[in-house]
Design a protein around this ligand. Structure first.
Ligand SMILES: N[C@H](CCC[C@H](N)C(=O)O)C(=O)O
Length: 272
């Protein structure tokens, strides 16, 4: 891939930014951890919170794989899924898409121009989040009484009086690698604005502070509802914009703004 120029699309969903690479014509895809890390370098590469690679799928409209800026893989990325779904729907005119991801088959729907993605059922058992040992996942044995929720990736959600003053960088970096999370974790700091409105700031595993996180918004909405703080439909005000989460019987639906920034080509030999 490094000998021929590689085209990519820069997109963001509520400021959570992505490099999207369309490898549907390359069986198996082209991305590697080292190349993702090189592209993800905001000084020497392009920069992104996640890189999303599209690949062909036998049993779905497309396959999506996600990488973090440090070159690690992410099992889920709600905002990139929304962005890619909007892009492909724009190309083909499809109103619905099935998307194969590491967490299973997801459904995206265009409802009056708004792209919704069903992120699947939340994971609430300790073993599958995964946690290192059995515990009450709604009240993890950590200072600050966070909740643990899996959305195809692990989330540790702290409810705080005011998310705006939460020590996201310091506390987030520390909790990300707490031994309770054998695969590390994304970390959310949320405060309740109203029974249908949360304020959220996020520290993402493998990336750091981001302006929004779709799976984090879903995990936060689930934890808030299970703790009796909110209903099943919430608006989540992240630093980069507002996301909406609707926990229905068939899964956790997510929507929010989508933007295409530019299309460009990596210089031949980049990352070699
Ligand atoms: N921004 C993404 C989540 C990335 C999660 C990733 N940092 C991980 O390692 O799980 C989202 O919109 O859901």
């Amino acid at each position: 891939m490094t000998s021929t120029a590689q085209t990519f699309i820069k997109m963001h969903g509520a400021g959570n930014d992505f490099v999207v690479i369309d490898s549907r014509h390359h069986a198996g895809g082209v991305m590697t951890s080292a190349l993702a890390r090189a592209i993800g370098d905001r000084h020497r590469g392009v920069g992104f919170d996640q890189l999303a690679e599209l690949r062909a799928a036998d049993d779905a409209d497309l396959t999506l794989d996600f990488w973090n800026a440090d070159g690690s893989r992410a099992g889920a990325c709600g905002n990139a899924t929304r962005c890619v779904a909007a892009m492909v729907m724009g190309q083909t005119g499809a109103q619905k898409l099935t998307i194969r991801t590491a967490r299973g088959l997801l459904l995206a729907e265009n409802r009056d121009g708004q792209i919704w993605v069903n992120m699947g059922a939340p994971v609430l058992d300790w073993h599958s989040i995964p946690l290192a040992h059995a515990c009450d996942t709604l009240h993890l044995p950590l200072p600050g009484d966070p909740a643990g929720v899996g959305m195809g990736n692990p989330h540790c959600v702290f409810f705080v009086a005011d998310a705006d003053t939460a020590p996201v960088a310091e506390h987030g970096a520390q909790v990300e690698h707490d031994p309770l999370f054998p695969e590390a974790t994304n970390v959310e700091f949320a405060s309740v604005v109203a029974p249908d409105h949360l304020r959220l700031r996020v520290w993402e595993r493998g990336t750091g502070i981001t302006l929004a996180c779709g799976s984090g918004a879903c995990a936060t909405a689930i934890a808030a509802h299970l703790r009796g703080l909110t209903g099943r439909q919430v608006t989540i005000t992240a630093d980069g914009g507002a996301l909406m989460v609707d926990w229905r019987e068939d899964g956790v639906w997510l929507t929010g703004p989508v933007a295409t920034v530019f299309t460009a080509t990596l210089a031949a030999g980049f990352g070699a």
